[in-house]
Design a binder for this molecule. Structure first.
Ligand SMILES: Nc1ncnc2c1ncn2[C@@H]1O[C@H](COP(=O)(O)OP(=O)(O)O)[C@@H](O)[C@H]1O
Ligand SMILES: [Mg+2]
Length: 457
């Protein structure tokens, strides 16, 4: 063994961590193997697959994923009925149990980000990761001014892992396409590719965070971390630590508290959307916590969608179209969103979907989101829409549609879990009563330019 080959503390640690990650990826294949066996002949991608070879083909394709698994799980969950819930749960589970970078590895990564004297820049920096992130991990630290910090540090080589997964996802989508033509996922892939690539850029995320802080500055029930620019790079995001509990720990609280949380979540998502045309596209349970007073800590600004203000106008137009049974206005809204070649059948199917989502907003009364049938009803509506889409040869949802739909569904399930009883109609009307497309465009331009971010096309 030459001097160079000897395992030093440095590269031993490296090997352990990387070995751990490789193992994690290898487990994906075997985990899916078991699921595929259970699902062969069962439902995959929303339809019955009778030939086990199809299940095997999909399993092989999914097993080839090697990067940020949690994101992939979330992406696949975006296409309704594409994967059985067990698949998505399994993917998320693999991520949660992923081994973290060891201390020696972290030191080297931090040196690469902030230079050899990086430790002098913090009062303390915890060796153990406090939480897993999809592209890295989060460490607690304390700044010299005493502020408690969360430092999100990216794994090395994530750019190539993301590219490899996007390529693999294309394959998964094309297999899906051969079984089911209800939804053409081309634009979904394009949209999620753009967002995932942006997510690699923590500097951009810090700017998104600053924008959110500004957009939500009038909201006492929503808190946003503050980035610490001198401790941030493209691959390291240092921000103030926000204390809170998982939303799930609120599920058993008194109804007033649950309603408060629900209202704060609604404001956190929809004030930026209706006033600025900006949406947090990832209402995943790990991306917010709740304070004892019911205020929401909003985190993770890696998946932010900026919409053309006209698009938001169409969201509101569609609401009025449904309230007034105005077919022309509905068509105008769908066209503004980028749907094309719409005949009566397509409009009919889209209206069924829209009525389902808008229902809780349309009646001026206190109600639970699930009052209109609950999650089972949701699955039934989705199933019916899916079948009808297949019958007419399928549709291609426009890019913008993807995250808007995902946010609505994600928030709906949060409100269902909370069993919140709220007058959604009033909350919605408060947001849209002064709506003006030009004012939205102007506010949006101002917050984006302030952070040197591009305007939407
Ligand atoms: N400012 C913060 N304060 C407290 N915990 C945080 C903060 N930012 C992130 N976390 C924790 O780290 C986890 C991962 O961070 P997140 O930004 O969601 O990463 P990712 O973009 O990879 O999903 C979160 O689920 C949360 O538990
Ligand atoms: Mg997250």
């Amino acid at each position: 063994m030459t001097e160079n080959d000897k395992p030093t503390a440095r590269n031993r640690d490296d090997q352990d961590s990387l070995g751990g990650r490789v193992k994690r990826y290898a487990r994906v294949g075997s985990a899916f193997g078991g699921l595929a066996a259970r699902y062969a002949g069962g439902r995959i991608f929303g339809l019955t697959i009778d030939r086990p070879v199809h299940a095997a083909e999909l399993t092989a394709a999914l097993g080839g994923l090697k990067g940020p698994l949690m994101k992939v799980a979330q992406i696949l969950a975006t296409v309704p009925d594409m994967l059985p819930e067990e698949y998505t749960a399994e993917l998320a589970q693999l991520q949660t149990n992923a081994p973290s970078m060891g201390w020696a590895f972290v030191k080297r990564r931090m040196t690469a980000e902030l230079g050899p004297n990086w430790r002098d820049r913090f009062a303390t920096f915890e060796h153990q990761a406090a939480a897993a992130a999809s592209l890295g991990q989060v460490h607690r630290a304390v700044a010299h001014d005493g502020r408690r910090l969360a430092c999100k540090l990216q794994y090395p080589d994530m750019a190539s892992a993301v590219e490899a997964d996007l390529k693999q996802l294309k394959l998964v989508f094309s297999i899906y396409r051969r079984y089911d033509r209800a939804i053409d996922p081309t634009n979904i892939h394009a949209e999620l590719s753009a967002r995932l690539r942006e997510e690699l850029d923590y500097d951009r995320e810090a700017r998104h965070m600053a924008i959110y802080d500004r957009m939500l500055s009038g909201e006492p029930g929503v808190h946003v971390p503050e980035p610490v620019p001198e401790l941030c790079t493209d691959r390291l995001l240092s921000m103030t630590w926000l204390d809170g509990e998982s939303l799930l720990s609120f599920v058993d609280q008194h109804m007033d508290d649950r309603n408060t949380v629900a209202r704060n979540m609604f404001r956190a998502w929809y004030v930026p959307f209706y006033e600025y045309g900006i949406l947090h596209g990832d209402p995943h349970l790990g991306n917010y916590t709740v304070r004892p007073d019911g205020a929401v800590n909003l985190m993770d600004f890696g998946c932010i969608r900026v919409f053309n203000a006209d698009f938001i106008g169409a969201v509101i137009d569609l609401y009025w179209a449904l309230c007034r049974d105005d077919l022309d206005l509905a068509v105008h809204a769908y066209e503004t969103w980028g749907f094309s070649n719409m005949d009566r059948k397509v409009i009919d199917i889209l209206n069924q979907w829209a009525r389902f989502l808008y229902q809780p907003l349309m009646e001026d009364r206190v109600q639970r989101i699930q009052d209109n049938g609950g999650t089972m009803y949701g699955a039934q509506v989705a199933g019916k829409i899916h079948r009808e889409l297949r019958e007419i040869g399928g549709i291609t949802p426009p890019r913008e549609f993807v995250l808007m739909d995902r946010a609505a569904i994600g928030l709906g399930s949060v409100f269902t879990r909370l069993q919140a009883e709220v007058n959604w109609h009033r909350m919605f009307h408060e947001l849209i009563q002064d709506f003006d497309v030009k004012a939205v465009a102007k506010r949006q331009k101002s917050v984006l330019e302030d952070q040197n971010l591009p305007l939407p096309e």
